[in-house]
Design a protein around this ligand. Structure first.
Ligand code: HEC
Ligand code: HEC
Length: 359
């Protein structure tokens, strides 16, 4: 009897051990590819349509935000008093008629201080997982905190800005309405960050296509999207922003940056944040939404056209030399990523005359 009981006990133990072992085995086998995709894994990704399907999501038609904070954030975004020389507003470098950026190679900050990096667009920035080309900031508030003090942008001091706004007739009232503790540096950042989150651009033709409207894209544009998947662009440019959700080295296939040509501080990318050699030339993958409107391209603004950019990135990231035909189809696809802001086409806004850009 005793023997039998012991036997059953032993069997139960073996059973449990086997079960745990099986669960571990299944977990390991099931583990999705969590490492950053590299040139090598791309062919596998594109060979698996399931993986590509759903890799990009459309921008939502509306985002729930506090209307009062958005309105206040907009005032601040356009207000030149936020800069040291009272000549530069956020809008100066992030103009809506320029795709939310400034069409310069490098932006010029308050007092004419030259910048050293190309302006990113503020459109859809709220959907990025980190901020700036090198992903230095984890929140919009931290990004804004730095921008206000950065001599290459606003060049201001927080206490001075708070004082200056405090002395205006309108801001203390507006802040008191939106925030229990009124006008503070934290609330300035919060209001601007809320406003940035309102700058999303839904309803691009590509999003309409993603939602099932087959007619939204021409056959050539669809062919371009197919190439975007087949070449493996989508393994880096994916998610709601078609980018903006992972880090990648620029120059996956060989070195893109050549010391002979001179390497700037900005070229070092995420290395500037971590000082880890492995992060040299690592950047947050940029969003491709509205990319047709935000030339010049790359963090150093060195590339003038999308055609040139697509060829460069295919070579640097995938080791592929694209034909003129494939390049053209991919560019046609990229042009379908232009969305709408407050129901109006961003493209039309950008095509309008530049004359009335005064800020
Ligand atoms: C002098 C030009 C200039 C001004 C003024 C300026 N910016 Fe920028 N902005 C840039 C540049 C250049 C970058 C890219 C910086 C980098 O990656 O290092 C950038 C990046 C950003 C980003 C990050 C976008 C992303 O996807 O990561 C946000 C958000 C932003 N700016 C908001 C603002 C706000 C808000 C203001 C006003 C407080 C402002 N900017 C003022 C030039 C400017
Ligand atoms: C391994 C990841 C990776 C792959 C694959 C990849 N890209 Fe990129 N892409 C990046 C990174 C990182 C940058 C930013 C480079 C920089 O500024 O230094 C970038 C930049 C770009 C830009 C410029 C964006 C801007 O606003 O300046 C475009 C356009 C682009 N890629 C399109 C493509 C296309 C098309 C493909 C496929 C042929 C592709 N990418 C494949 C990572 C990738």
């Amino acid at each position: 009897m005793r023997l039998l009981a012991l036997d059953r006990f032993t069997w139960r133990r073996i059973y449990w051990i086997l079960l745990v072992f099986l669960v571990i085995l299944i977990t390991v086998w099931w583990q999705p590819n969590r490492t950053f995709p590299t040139g090598g894994s791309l062919a596998r990704d594109s060979a698996n349509p399931q993986q590509v399907k759903g890799a990009i999501q459309p921008i939502p038609l509306s985002v729930d935000l506090d209307v009062e904070k958005v309105a206040l954030g907009e005032e601040l975004f356009r207000d030149k008093r936020l800069s040291a020389d009272n000549q530069v507003s956020c809008l100066s470098c992030h103009h809506f008629k320029r795709g939310g950026a400034d069409r310069q190679t490098y932006s010029v900050g308050s007092g004419g201080v030259p910048g050293d990096i190309n302006a990113l667009t503020v459109f859809n920035a709220g959907f990025n997982f980190r901020f700036n080309w090198n992903g230095a900031y984890e929140t919009l508030e931290d990004q804004i905190q730095a921008t206000l003090q950065n001599p290459k942008a606003m060049g201001s001091q927080w206490n001075e800005v708070v004082e200056e706004l405090q002395a205006t007739p309108e801001y203390p009232k507006l802040f008191a309405r939106a925030y229990a503790d009124g006008l503070t540096a934290e609330n300035i950042k919060d209001a601007i960050a809320t406003y940035i989150k309102s700058l999303y651009t839904p309803n691009s033709r590509f999003d309409q296509y993603l939602k099932g409207d087959e007619q939204a894209l021409t056959p050539d544009e669809k062919a371009g999207y197919q190439l975007f998947q087949d070449y493996g662009c989508i393994s880096c440019h994916q998610g709601m922003n078609i980018g903006g959700n992972m880090f990648q080295r620029f120059g996956v296939i060989g070195d893109y940056f050549d010391p002979k040509d001179g390497i700037t501080q900005a070229d070092l990318g995420y290395y500037n944040v971590t000082k880890d050699e492995a992060d040299r030339y690592v950047f947050r993958v940029p969003s491709l939404r509205n990319v047709a409107l935000t030339a010049p391209y790359m963090h150093n603004g060195s590339v003038e056209t999308l055609e040139e950019m697509v060829k460069i990135v295919a070579k640097a990231q995938l080791g592929r030399t694209l034909s003129e035909g494939d390049t053209d189809l991919i560019v046609q696809f990229l042009k379908t990523l232009t969305g709408e802001y407050l129901g109006g086409s961003l493209e039309k806004l950008a095509l309008d005359s530049d004359d009335d850009i005064t800020s």
